[in-house]
Structures are given as structure tokens and as C-alpha cells.
Design a protein around this ligand. Structure first.
Ligand code: BTN
Length: 242
């Protein structure tokens, strides 16, 4: 269960607040949840700007793992996506996961997960998991290709109810990773995935890769069938469905 909650009406980014909390007092960091009503410098993966308009979820969760290896970071990101999908299921929303860190409804982005891990060569010391989930965002600009719970249900939803569910699922899923049951994470991921078997265009290290997303491997990396054989995507700047 969450041990501390830090609440901000307005902040630059809950990731910044999480870092400050863990730098100032490591004892307070473990299982702390940082929640903001608004962010002025929300960010996404690859330092992209994360729009923080509307009554959405902006939160970061700090976890000091005992038993995670550096290569488990991607699985924590998957756990974040699965937790969001399961929480949205509770209010009847059918969200899907797009590798590596997006949650989509009808191919529009409803949520994103950002993981900051501090690790040395053998283990992860600290992990900060950021969630942005679009909840009561009504007037979404067309060009964002985003959606929200409101847009799907036409109803206002209690953001804290959803956040509470996300964190409960997340804690259970992280336990699975710590207990070396990553294959269970992969199973759940496959159940809710919408990446595999689709044609994708991936930008990775400024190279463009086009092909069919065929599978993920045991490390969580994406395998893409291209004209030059199977390519393994370890890091990507963007994944676009064609
Ligand atoms: C992504 O899609 O690339 C990840 C987006 C993560 C956004 C959340 S909002 C709360 C937390 N604070 C941030 O600045 N980013 C994450």
C-alpha cells in the first residue's frame, strides 16, 4: 500500500517533486505517491512535452526495490501500462497497450507511462513511475491524437478513484517482477496489447524501420519483421501504426 502521499495543486512536474523527495529524505521515498492537479512542465518519454490541460491524472510513484535488475526497467513500464488498462476496465473502458509505454482507446492515446530508474550494473536502487491519464479532459485539440475517459464515456469520473486502482494494480505487478515472474507480466501484456501483428514505422537512432511487429522477446524488446529479416528494437523514438 502507499505509505506517503504528497499533493500539489500546481508543480512543474511530479517527476521533479519525486526526485526532490527522494534526495531530501530517502526514508520518505519508498512507496510514496506524488499527485498534482496541474503541471507546468509535464514531460513524456524522450523529453517530449506532456500537455497538462484538464482534470487528468498527473502522478509519480516512488519504489525502492529489493530485487530488481537493470533490465527489469522495461517490465516496470509494462506493469504501469497494464495497471492503467486494468483500472480503466473497472469503469468499462477497453484500453490497449502500444509498445513500449502508451495506452490507447480506438488508437488514440489515453495514457502514458514514464519510468526513471536509478541503477548500477547489478541492480535498480530506485524507480520513479510517472503516469499521465486523461480523465475529464473535454476539449481535446484534434492534432494531439489524444482521447480521455470523458470523451469515451461522456461522464465525469473521479480521478482519485482511478489513481487508487492504478497504484493497487501496479504494486501487485511490481511484486510479480520482484518474484521473478516476468513471464506473467508478458502474458498480461499480450492480453491487452495492440502492437503485435500490426504494420509499424519505427524511428530508432534516427533510422526508420518499417515492418510487421511480430513479437516481444523475453527482455520485452520488440521484434519487427522487415524486408531485411527480423530487427530487434531496444529503444525507439517513435512507433507509428501504418
Ligand atoms: C509518455 O507518454 O511519454 C509518458 C507520459 C508521462 C506523463 C506523466 S504526467 C505525471 C508524470 N509527470 C511528468 O512530467 N510526466 C509523467
Amino acid at each position: 500500500a502507499v505509505e506517503n502521499i504528497f499533493f500539489f495543486e500546481n508543480t512543474t512536474s511530479t517527476m521533479d517533486e519525486a526526485k526532490k523527495i527522494s534526495e531530501n529524505n530517502k526514508n520518505l521515498a519508498h512507496k510514496s505517491l506524488i499527485v498534482a492537479l496541474n503541471q507546468t512542465q509535464g514531460r513524456g518519454r524522450k523529453n517530449r512535452h506532456w500537455l497538462s490541460f484538464g482534470e487528468n491524472i498527473y502522478a509519480s510513484y516512488i519504489y525502492l526495490p529489493k530485487n530488481l535488475m537493470p533490465q527489469d526497467g522495461l517490465f516496470v513500464m509494462f506493469a504501469g501500462c497494464i495497471a492503467i488498462v486494468l483500472a480503466l476496465k473497472q469503469i468499462g473502458i477497453d484500453a490497449k497497450i502500444k509498445w513500449p509505454n502508451d495506452c490507447l482507446v480506438s488508437d488514440k492515446k489515453i495514457a502514458g507511462v514514464l519510468v526513471d530508474a536509478k541503477s548500477d550494473i547489478s541492480s535498480i536502487d530506485e524507480i520513479i513511475i510517472g503516469f499521465g491519464v486523461n480523465i475529464n479532459w473535454a476539449d481535446i485539440p484534434e492534432e494531439t491524437n489524444a482521447t480521455s475517459v470523458y470523451e469515451v464515456t461522456k461522464k465525469t469520473t473521479d480521478r482519485l478513484f482511478i489513481l487508487d486502482k492504478i497504484v493497487q494494480y501496479l504494486e501487485a505487478l511490481i511484486k510479480l517482477i520482484e518474484n521473478k515472474r516476468k513471464s506473467n507480466i508478458i502474458k498480461l501484456w499480450r492480453l491487452y496489447d495492440t502492437t503485435l501483428s500490426r504494420k509499424v514505422e519505427i524511428i530508432s537512432d534516427s533510422k526508420k524501420i518499417i515492418g510487421k511487429a511480430s513479437d516481444i522477446d523475453e527482455y520485452g524488446f520488440l521484434l519487427v519483421e522487415t524486408q531485411n529479416g527480423i530487427q530487434r528494437i531496444i529503444t525507439s523514438d517513435s512507433v507509428r501504426f501504418l
